[in-house]
Design a protein around this ligand. Sequence first.
Ligand code: SAH
Ligand code: SF4
Length: 360
Amino acid sequence: MEKRLDKHKFENLDKESLVDWLKERDHDLIQLLHQKAYEVKVANIGNKVFLRGLIELSNKCVKNCLYCGIRCANTSVDRYELTDEQVFEAADFALYSRYGSLVLQAGERVDSAFRKRVTSLVKEIKRRTDNRLGITLSLGEQPEEVYREWFDAGAHRYLLRIESSNPDIYSKIHPNDSLHSFDTRLNSLEALKRIGYQTGTGVMIGLPGQTEENLADDLLFFKSFGVHMVGMGPYLKHSDTPLGQISSGTSSMEMPLKMISLLRLLMPKINIASTTALQVIDPFGREMGIMAGANIIMPNMTISEVRTNYQIYENKPGVKDDATVSKSKLEQNLSSKGIEIGWDEWGDSRAFKEKHEVNL
Ligand code: SAH
Ligand code: SF4
């Protein structure tokens, strides 16, 4: 065991040892892996958890990803778009809740009205909060000039999951057309990095046909791409989707938690999110993710009136709660586990900061 966790091998875990770990069944060994990952996190970036208040701006989407509950072909979804006022109220909530930063997420749209709206929302949030909130965007694939416009408006982090780094798996979980191309996804990630965003990506764990070898390749992809942030979560079923009809989704915490720990060992200084999807499998899923090496949580701040309409998967937790209830539940859960929160901090990726300083 100690040999497998040899300190000098942490950052050079090769594919074979990653696969071994992902196949490991011994409970005690797996616990030790999580402990090691936690120690590596504390030694490299400290023990604080940073919060990003999540605003689900709209569930309108032009895409048809085969796994997602708000795909455009799902006609049973009530489509909504938050008003500017609702977005600003949520931003104010993040500010006085001392979250430090927020995420604007939505289904994908590439029309110019959407582009302009996001630009003005980002500028206005920056202005009214006096640049005190960091802004992360998660708005899908966009032309490079759009990414640049939003960056210039003040967004400085972007989340775009590769979903699976294996092009064959990617093509099996998306429609076979030019709107859902693996190459475009990858090019978009490269554009984000080029522009200067702290770039985040991630995968779903437990996809039909996905093997431990594929997951090990996903981890190695994050490393070779040099991402600054990762958000991975279990693939979860949504019955109104083609994938949900043939697969029941992930029901165990084991693989997602191992993925978090192995990634922390591979990339000690990046930001790793403990995703809401973990909470579907276990009510304390997000706290378990933190104990396994993650350092970011994204509490939902979307107003309760529309939360039920943003169901990318079934059994999404807290859809009946409002932002205040989500906040107090999260704080209770974190403090019951003795987890410290980085209030009022942007919580930028240490990996990004150090790279940036070297480049200056
Ligand atoms: N439209 C944007 C952002 C919203 S979707 C985008 O696609 O990037 C955000 C993430 O939700 C996706 O990247 C995907 O990984 C995740 N997701 C969608 N459906 C899911 C499901 N059934 N189970 C788990 N995660 C899912
Ligand atoms: Fe749209 Fe994102 Fe869902 Fe794909 S995953 S259908 S792009 S919201």
